[in-house]
Write a new protein. Structure first.
Length: 403
């Protein structure tokens, strides 16, 4: 299906073709444009509404088919049982060999998923400490783990909950560090949000965890990389492997229910499980990584008091410039970024996430306890835009540095 796919134009053409095929398969009508992703999403959401899904307060437990998923539906705040035998292959990679059947559920977002999993593991293993192999966590992960500071105050305890954050400053050795801690590791939490769900890093962690027989809880934000280049809806997931039967998954599911954090049925992306679209999306993610590799060496590194670039992350999706908050008005920086994109004729947006098709700048104003924030430059899919992206980033940082 992906043979001959080499340019952004090829990608757009194939995406249009696959959207048409998907629409035919699910009997989707009234699509105003298959070339326009947002128009396609609008028609898809309307189609989902018209499916007459169970209401939020559904009192009749029932089995139903939702696009490519088979669900056992309950009162929606209590979640839905995913009944497909190959649920891991639908959410992640069909080619990955598993020792046992995975169990999975969908949450409103990944932050809710991580919080629920940490809370459950803290209850099951109150003497365990959280071990994080990376130099720096993503700010939302850091906020959540700080809620469990007591776990860090037990350095002499022999049990570890290993937290792998795909957005953090990891290298491959860090990612697979649990092999060195297998004797005292009680569970691994792997937030996969910044890795291709069919990619090598997810596969390596899953394979090694299975080989060692360690419980692996995979959390994910599907918004960042799995929404085919444009925002569809907020959605997280939890997949449990090697969970010693269903006990661990049951406890996690119960806690997510108590939080009211299960995703409603219509939040689940209908196209999330379509294999052709998954393969196309993997190609798209690889393009972002390759373009990031081309951009980073050509960034100017100003030795100014304003801040500095972080070293590159394993996911290779974006470039992070950490700044002193008293030196940068981030809204004005975002406005200048958009203006520079127009000057260099490159589509760009100042927004709040990454992994989309377009070049973007996102900002976190309160990054850490040292009064620093960061500007995150997110690489485009289209390789013809890389030089424009370089020009925009260098000009913006130069402006901020001499301002």
């Amino acid at each position: 299906m992906l043979e001959g796919l080499s340019t952004y134009s090829d990608y757009q053409s194939l995406r249009t073709k696959l959207f048409r095929q998907f629409a035919t398969r699910v009997e989707l009508e009234n699509v105003t444009s298959y070339d326009d992703v947002l128009a396609f999403y609008k028609a898809l959401k309307l189609h989902t509404i018209n499916m007459e899904l169970p209401s939020v307060t559904n009192i009749n437990n029932q089995k139903l088919h939702y696009y490519d998923l088979t669900l056992y539906s309950r009162y929606q705040r209590q979640g839905h049982t995913l009944m497909d035998e190959s649920i891991y292959g639908q959410i992640y990679d069909q080619k990955q060999k598993l020792n046992e059947k995975a169990q999975a559920l969908f949450t409103t977002n990944c932050q809710a998923a991580n919080f629920a999993v940490l809370q459950v593991l803290n209850l099951i293993y109150p003497d365990a400490m959280i071990f994080n192999p990376s130099d720096r966590l993503y700010f939302e992960s850091d906020y959540i783990i700080n809620r469990f500071k007591g776990l860090f105050k037990k350095p002499n305890q022999s049990k570890k909950i290993i937290f792998l954050d795909s957005s953090a400053l990891l290298n491959e050795k860090d990612l697979l560090c649990f092999e060195q801690h297998q004797d005292d590791c009680v569970a691994i939490i792997f937030d996969t949000s910044c890795f291709d769900r069919q990619g090598e890093y997810v596969s390596k962690v899953v394979s090694l965890a299975q080989k060692l027989g360690l419980p692996l809880i995979m959390t994910r934000s599907h918004l960042k990389l799995d929404s085919l280049g444009h925002e569809y809806d907020s959605l997280g997931s939890i997949v449990v492997l090697n969970g010693t039967g269903s006990e661990l998954f049951t406890k996690i599911s119960e806690y997510v229910s108590h939080m009211g954090a299960f995703a409603l049925i219509n939040q689940i992306y209908p196209f999330l499980f379509d294999q052709d679209l998954k393969d196309l999306n993997s190609w798209r993610i690889n393009c972002i990584r390759e373009n990031s590799n081309a951009i980073f060496p050509k960034l100017d590194y100003y030795k100014a008091e304003i801040g500095e670039y972080h070293k590159e992350r394993l996911h290779r999706l974006n470039h992070v410039f950490m700044y002193k908050r008293e030196r940068v008005e981030f809204v004005k920086a975002g406005e200048r970024f958009v203006a520079l994109c127009k000057v260099y004729n490159i589509p760009g947006k100042f927004c709040d996430s990454f992994g989309f098709d377009f070049f973007s700048l996102t900002n976190v104003e309160s990054f850490d306890q040292h009064n620093r924030g960061f500007l995150r430059f997110c690489s485009p899919v289209d390789s013809s835009q890389t030089q424009g992206a370089i020009n925009v980033i260098n000009n913006l940082i130069k402006h901020l540095a001499i301002k």
